[in-house]
Ligand binder design. Structure first.
Ligand code: PEP
Ligand code: MN
Length: 355
């Protein structure tokens, strides 16, 4: 890819001429608009076109982009992008929290969880209807019935819903119910799935693979972006290392590294990283302090009865205490977290008192 940075004062005519020249050479220009200038990411042309383009009116500079990820890069788009879900912009000043059970188990359990996380100030409801389980004998999720339950919970609480899609053939169905399509860690390199999600008109929450480098992670985002969907949110959820005292190792440095290299919003999932509920608050605070745009946290009304990931689920009262702490830290970080009316007078339960 070649990056063409237009001058601040370049006219529409200048831009049209540059794009025309690129298309004459059988190339294609991806356009990114910054606050004050336009940047083109040109594909399908040789480097020899650089000399021609740099001479054109309105062009400030032309450079080849050497990173393997292109549309995801800060070179292509210097300003951070936001992904708006139900009126909430992820990647903007607001620190966004998605919370809910690992899996949708029943209508009652989901509604209970949804109301609880809403009361604590969560912005969105998470819950899996299709579960990628290591064992084929474990609970696999309720499928479409689970999606229907999520739709009921959204109606009851007004919270947008994020849920996983595991297979290409399920995309239309999951997209009918969900506000955000989650790609699980195990599917981060399911390139067919990524390509098809690139054609979807819904935001995608892309989780980092268990064994994936950050470059591979960005290349997976590139698959979605290059197929036409610019609404991608990255999610660091811990990687597999030699350490066995946590389920995974939360790669906290992924947050500033990704922030430096990509304009895409970055969330952190402390639950799957930790594997144990009492570690979740620390990792959550660290993620916010490191510059993450939000968190996705597992919360279950009765963790001991959960059909999946019970040991890492927060009880609603612990989650509420954590949200209050996050609100304080976000203020110190220069970010906002909307205050919640219902929180006034609420008893803050510290994590240490949970079971
Ligand atoms: C989940 O969010 O419940 C999940 C399965 O996460 P991951 O794909 O990160 O393991
Ligand atoms: Mn889970």
């Amino acid at each position: 890819m070649i990056i063409v940075v237009m001058r601040e004062k370049a006219s529409v005519k200048n831009l049209g001429a540059v794009i025309g020249r690129i298309e004459d050479a059988s190339g294609r220009a991806h356009i990114s608009r910054d606050a004050d200038r336009t940047i083109l990411g040109v594909v399908g042309v040789g480097k020899s076109l650089i000399e021609t383009l740099v001479e054109m009116e309105g062009v400030e500079r032309v450079t080849p982009l050497e990173t393997p990820y292109k549309l995801a890069s800060r070179e292509f788009q210097p300003s951070s992008s936001t992904v708006t879900i139900g009126g909430i912009a992820v990647g903007g000043p607001e620190f966004v929290v998605m919370a809910g059970p690992c899996a949708v188990e029943s209508l009652d359990q989901t509604l209970e969880a949804a109301h609880a996380v809403k009361r604590a100030g969560a912005h969105m409801l998470r819950g899996g209807a299709f579960k990628p389980r290591t064992s084929p004998y474990s609970f696999q999720g309720l499928g479409e019935k689970g999606l229907e339950i999520l739709a009921v919970a959204r109606k009851a609480t007004g919270l947008p819903v994020v849920t996983e899609v595991m297979a290409v053939q399920d995309i239309p169905m999951v997209a009918r119910y969900a506000d955000v399509l989650q790609v699980g860690a195990r599917n981060m390199q399911n390139f067919n799935l990524l390509q098809e999600l690139g054609k979807a008109r819904k935001p995608v929450l892309l989780k980092r693979g268990l064994m994936s480098s950050l470059e591979e992670f960005l290349m997976s985002a590139e698959y979605i972006l290059s197929h036409g969907n610019s609404q991608v949110i990255l999610c660091e959820r811990g990687i597999r290392t030699f350490e066995r005292m946590t389920r995974n190792t939360l790669d906290i440095s992924a947050v500033p590294v990704l922030k430096k290299r990509t304009h895409l919003p970055i969330m952190v999932d402390p639950s799957h990283a930790a594997g144990e509920w009492d570690l979740v608050p620390s990792l959550s605070r660290a993620a916010l302090a490191a510059g993450a745009d939000g968190l996705i946290i597992e919360v279950h009304p009765r963790p001991s009865e959960a059909l999946s990931d019970g040991p890492q689920a927060l009880k609603p009262e612990t989650f509420m205490g954590l949200m209050n702490e996050l609100r304080a830290i976000s203020a110190a970080m220069g970010r906002s977290m909307a205050p919640v009316k219902e929180l006034v007078g609420a008893i803050i339960d510290r994590p240490g008192r949970d079971s």
